[in-house]
Design a protein around this ligand. Structure first.
Ligand code: SF4
Length: 276
């Protein structure tokens, strides 16, 4: 590609992202959305599929720090260990130049039906200007990722498409690990390498790597669109928050004390009942 044309193309895409951020900062959409937010975070949307009531309580009373959230935050801060720091222009320049590169915490932003959706995926691999892999790391005792993890990865994939990327080759991996990692950088390289070497014959696969399991999928973008539409129904005041129907989620919920929709486990039958 001609150098000037390349710079123009790059600048145009970066300009669009920056102007969307300006719009968000100016609060253009505030009046339309619950809690006067000017954008919807992908993280919130994913959590809506865990328990929407929990998202509402979080928005009203803020984050409740638990040991679990602290551990998760510490591990996440190490995801980019050993990677070069770069600004938005440099990242886009490298992506559009066709280089093969990993980008951690890349800001993904696009509008869906007029509403800005914002997120940061843990790790993305680009090659020839296309995103090939999206990695989401979850530090947890769970053996299977909840639906919300897949929702999150699907919506990041949709955002990449809305940002103008060709996502025809894109796959994602939700990586579950429960152990504290001595050398995160080495571990990250090992996981990425093993996941990429796995040949995906079907729509999905699970790869076991030492202390973790990677759940690989091709993102279903039609599903992501429906999930976004459903989630926006709440933010746009078209319906009230829907609480979970799974009592075991309430059992470990940090907001249970203030929740009027909590479910309790019935010891004799292990079925759930509403406490109201
Ligand atoms: S207590 Fe249950 S219903 Fe209430 S916010 Fe927590 S998980 Fe949701």
């Amino acid at each position: 590609m001609d150098g000037n044309l390349f710079m123009e193309k790059m600048s145009d895409r970066v300009r669009k992202i920056l102007s969307l951020y300006d719009e968000i900062k100016a609060g253009v959409n505030k009046s339309e959305l619950r809690f006067n937010v000017s954008y919807i975070g992908v993280y919130w949307i994913a959590d809506q599929f865990f328990c929407e009531k929990q998202v509402e309580l979080y928005m009203k009373s803020g984050d409740v720090q638990t040991e679990k959230t602290k551990i998760g935050k510490n591990f996440h801060e190490g995801i980019s260990a050993g990677m070069e720091q770069a600004n938005l222009e440099k990242i886009w320049c490298d992506i559009l130049s066709g280089s093969r590169l990993y980008v951690s915490n890349m800001a993904l932003v696009a509008k869906w039906k007029g509403v800005p959706i914002v997120g940061r995926s843990d790790l993305l691999l680009f090659s020839k200007g296309k995103p090939l892999w999206l990695f989401e790391f979850k530090f947890t005792n769970m053996r299977i990722p909840p639906d919300s993890s897949h929702v999150q990865a699907r919506i990041y994939s949709l955002l990449l498409k809305l940002m103008g990327f060709n996502v025809s080759m894109l796959k994602y991996a939700v990586v579950l690990s429960k152990d504290k990692l001595e050398n995160f950088e080495t571990w990250r390289r090992l996981v990425i390498d093993k996941v990429q070497k796995h040949i995906l014959f079907k729509e999905k696969a699970v790869v076991k790597i030492d202390n973790c399991r990677a759940f690989i999928r091709k993102p279903n973008l039609d599903k992501a669109e429906k999930e976004l539409d459903f989630a926006l129904g709440y933010w746009m005041n078209r319906r009230e928050a829907i609480p979970t129907k799974n009592a075991s989620k309430c059992k470990s919920c940090a907001y249970i004390t203030n929740c009027d929709s909590k479910l309790i486990l019935n010891k004799s039958s292990s079925t759930s009942v509403n406490s109201d």
